[in-house]
Design a protein around this ligand. Structure first.
Ligand SMILES: NC(=O)c1ccc[n+]([C@@H]2O[C@H](COP(=O)([O-])OP(=O)(O)OC[C@H]3O[C@@H](n4cnc5c(N)ncnc54)[C@H](OP(=O)(O)O)[C@@H]3O)[C@@H](O)[C@H]2O)c1
Length: 275
């Protein structure tokens, strides 16, 4: 067992207490592998950082940010000594998702955690929303989760283990003017999560959703200051969330700390929505 100075200092306490202390300090995802879609920036990147810090090998995808992804790959593996590989893969494409899953399983041997995080917005009032804007958002945000879950299904069932985390949004619970496409895709994600949890629970495959509120990323940078302020005013904790806030919720749901939790939606929104 790795020696931890803090445990040496408290050497007089019982062995059981020492072991509890060690378990607390031990990385929570040691030796596990996660595939995270859309991790070249924003929330996905934050999840990859927190997971790597916790001993997890990381496969991640991106749509077009090749340079950013390559730099992140190198940075993460040298900082935490875990295996990291980025794949340019369109999560909205069924066949590409199948090919991705095969490539990741071949490279890493085993995948324990799937995070369906890739997402986009094409905000406008319904009156002006085009069919393309509707389809693009539904395909990237919702169909992508179907694609990847299908692609990893046999692998998880064969292993009799797996944790799937779907990135939804509180607007999937509340609705939002100007985001009919986005809110519908995120509400769909919650229905998908519950159905997958019911279908796969008997094989020890869990599926949960995380619903961030207002998180400060490039997606929310696009909003003007007045809109941002009006969001923040409605948040009991009076601040936007960080990518680390969301990543820590995912860490709980990915780890063995949550082995009896499935089919749930965990809101990470500073109290903006309470259920
Ligand atoms: N930010 C928030 O406040 C907030 C709140 C609630 C929910 N969410 C959800 O959290 C997730 C991440 O949001 P974010 O704010 O981190 O977004 P972001 O900063 O815009 O990053 C989006 C990520 O998804 C990737 N991506 C986009 N389309 C893709 C596709 N078709 N296939 C594969 N990857 C794709 C992007 O890759 P490239 O870099 O190559 O484009 C990027 O890595 C989304 O599902 C979003 O709906 C965000």
């Amino acid at each position: 067992m790795r020696k931890i100075p803090y445990i040496d200092l408290i050497g007089k306490i019982s062995l059981a207490a020492q072991k509890r202390e060690f378990d607390y300090l031990r990385p929570m995802l040691n030796g596990k592998t996660a595939l995270i879609t859309g991790a070249s920036r924003g929330i996905g990147k934050g999840i990859a950082e927190v997971f790597a810090k916790n001993g997890c090998n990381i496969a991640f995808t991106f749509a077009s940010s090749v340079e950013k992804a390559r730099a992140f790959e190198a940075e993460l593996s040298s900082a935490y000594g875990v295996k990291v590989k980025g794949y340019q893969s369109n999560a909205a494409d069924f066949k590409a998702s199948e090919e991705l899953a095969n490539a990741v399983i071949a490279e890493f041997g085993k995948v324990d955690i799937l995070i369906n995080n890739a997402g986009i917005t094409r905000d406008t009032l319904l009156m002006r929303m085009t069919e393309e804007q509707w389809d693009e958002v539904m395909n990237t945000n919702l169909k992508s989760a179907f694609n990847l879950t299908k692609a990893f299904l046999r692998h998880f069932l064969g292993n009799k283990a797996g944790s799937i985390i779907n990135m939804t949004s509180i607007v999937g619970l509340t609705g939002n003017a100007g985001q009919a496409n986005y809110a519908a895709s995120k509400a769909g994600m919650i229905g998908l999560t519950k159905s997958v949890a019911k279908e796969l629970g008997s094989r020890n495959v869990r599926c949960n959703a995380v619903a961030p509120g207002f998180i400060e990323t490039e997606m929310t940078e696009a909003l003007n200051e007045d809109v941002k302020k009006s969001w923040i005013d409605t948040i009991p904790l009076k601040r936007g969330g960080t990518t680390e806030d969301v990543a820590n919720a995912c860490l709980f749901l990915a780890s063995d700390m949550s082995t009896y939790v499935t089919g749930q939606t965990l809101n990470v929104c500073g109290g903006m929505v309470m259920q």
